[in-house]
Design a protein around this ligand. Structure first.
Ligand code: FAD
Length: 471
């Protein structure tokens, strides 16, 4: 009888504990189930679905090349996976552990249905450095703060080398026909035009693309600390969608980086990813609710016009608008700009962080429930280990500091290209003659700031004052 490998967010062959365990049991039947309902509103958003389509395409080719074709199904995974095990006589299903609350509920249902006829579900923590239950404080509790968590993981990270992909797999016969990849309907509908057309300019979905990116970045590890905050540069790894979809394991990334000089700053970010997943596992309310209870009552002022202006890159703050356009064009945004754009939305514009998280969820190819939720709570000051609320990013100063020559802003906002550096991050302050010379009509080619800088800051602090007064 075959063993089922239920693939989900682990779309690779190398360093894949679930694949190895399943293949060791005999003939292998790899299956992916597109289940639109189980995840509810956390089903992959538009950009992530685009990525998933191409990643599955690459994985299916790799699996077929090694002799074990991928079966694609569509529907209720909690029903389909046990049914497939029954039809094929498989005694076990292997999968990679997921921390998403909806996936844990689904795993429990699959495990129960399998157990009812003597089969088992084996979960392997292959997308994490360590199982989230294996990292506990001295009081035997999960961690809520990054620094002690990171120390605890560093003390335990397994020295084991990543395991190479098996060269050949033994295929199992499959009694059931699958769905063609195109019929999963993951690509954006034609009416959305060429939204995703420029995504491939930056990154290539699939394990080979991931390996190639890791290989290229390896040489940049030593420069990461100095270059990581420059949005115009290529100083970060851009491995996020590859990690999100499990085209690489964090252990592969960790080991590749740890061999390089000056790897500390980079490994800290891999530990932030690990921490975000640890939080999601232990605090399943993370995507929806402020972890600091007081912040659940933050006096936001939901305003559809403000939200829309932010989403479309029309706030009048160039560094933020450039970021939002990078997001739209490439399905990815530089971390520094994610922080500044997030801060503007939540603080100066007083929009709920959940709205920002939802937009990112739909537009990022790396949209990841643990990372996205943790970072939005960090931005909003509502996370346990968040930036203090009163630290309000000034988008003008952030722009000047991190994009001093304006390469990033000019690239994504060509209408500002001829503005001198001095005014680039605050075009509204430029003298009329400068604007004329730069061919820029404010309010026409580019908006006035959606909120005056001083007013935005005052509004943010007043809201914080209100929250404190109510406490
Ligand atoms: P690098 O700087 O090269 O870092 C390497 C890897 O470490 C990343 O690929 C990522 O897996 C991890 N990492 C880096 N920074 C963080 C962080 N702050 N938190 C958790 N993990 C991190 N990252 C996502 O993967 N998915 C998201 O949905 C997401 N949403 C975010 C929302 C906001 C508001 C903010 C401020 C950040 C968000 N991040 C998210 C974190 C971070 O911005 C991205 O991981 C990073 O920009 C990806 O680029 P990179 O791969 O070049 O990162």
């Amino acid at each position: 009888a075959p063993t089922l490998l239920w693939l989900r967010q682990d779309l690779r062959l190398a360093d894949h504990p679930a694949l190895l365990a399943a293949a060791a049991e005999g003939p292998l039947l790899p299956v992916f189930v597109l289940d639109g309902a189980a995840a509810g509103r956390w089903a992959p958003g538009g950009a992530a679905r685009w990525w998933l389509h191409h990643s599955l395409e690459a994985l299916a080719a790799d699996l077929a090349g090694r002799g074990a074709p991928l079966l694609l199904l569509r529907g209720d995974a909690a029903r389909l996976v046990p049914a497939l095990a029954r039809e094929t006589g498989a005694s076990a299903v292997h999968a990679t552990l997921m921390c998403e609350p909806w996936a844990r509920r689904q795993d429990a249902a699959v495990a129960a249905a399998l157990a009812a006829d003597g089969r088992r579900l084996s979960l392997h923590a292959g997308n994490l450095l360590l199982h989230p239950d294996a990292v506990r404080s001295g009081q035997n509790k999960p961690y809520g703060l990054y620094a002690p968590f990171a120390r605890a993981v560093r003390a335990q990270v397994p020295p084991m080398e990543p395991i190479p992909a098996p060269p050949r797999l033994q295929a199992a016969a499959c009694p059931r026909g699958g769905v063609a990849l195109a019929d999963l309907g993951l690509l954006p509908p034609a009416r959305e035009g060429d939204w995703a057309a420029a995504f491939p300019e930056m990154l290539t979905p699939g394990e080979a693309g991931a390996r190639e990116r890791l290989h290229r970045f390896r040489r940049g590890v030593a420069d990461y600390r100095a270059g990581r905050d420059s949005p115009a540069g290529d100083g970060t790894s851009r491995l996020s969608p590859h990690l999100r979809w499990g085209e690489l394991s964090p252990r592969q990334v960790w080991h590749a980086a740890a061999e390089q000089d000056g790897h500390e700053a980079f490994l800290r970010e891999i530990l932030w990813r690990e921490f975000s997943h640890h939080l999601l596992w232990h605090r399943p309310e993370l995507p929806d609710t402020a972890l600091r209870p007081a912040y659940a009552r933050f006096p936001y002022r939901p305003d559809a016009m403000r939200l829309r202006a932010w989403q479309r890159g029309l706030t009048g703050y160039p560094i933020v608008d450039a970021g939002m356009r990078q997001l739209w064009r490439h399905g990815w945004m530089h971390n520094r700009v994610r922080m500044v754009a997030g801060s503007l939305l939540v603080k100066q514009l007083l929009q709920p962080w959940q709205e920002g998280a939802a937009w990112f969820w739909d537009t990022l190819v790396d949209a990841d429930l643990g990372n996205n939720s943790t970072n939005w709570q960090w931005v909003a000051g509502s996370g346990l280990d968040a930036a203090p609320y009163f630290r309000i990013f000034n988008p003008v100063l952030q722009g000047r500091k991190f994009d001093p020559e304006g390469r990033y802003v000019r690239h994504f906002l060509p209408q500002l290209a001829r503005l001198p550096d001095r005014w680039l991050h605050e075009p509204w302050a430029a003298p009329a003659a400068v604007l004329r010379q730069a061919g820029l009509r404010l309010g026409h080619d580019y908006p006035h700031p959606i909120v005056e800088p001083a007013q935005g800051r005052a509004d943010a602090l007043a809201a914080l004052g209100e929250l404190r007064a109510a406490a």
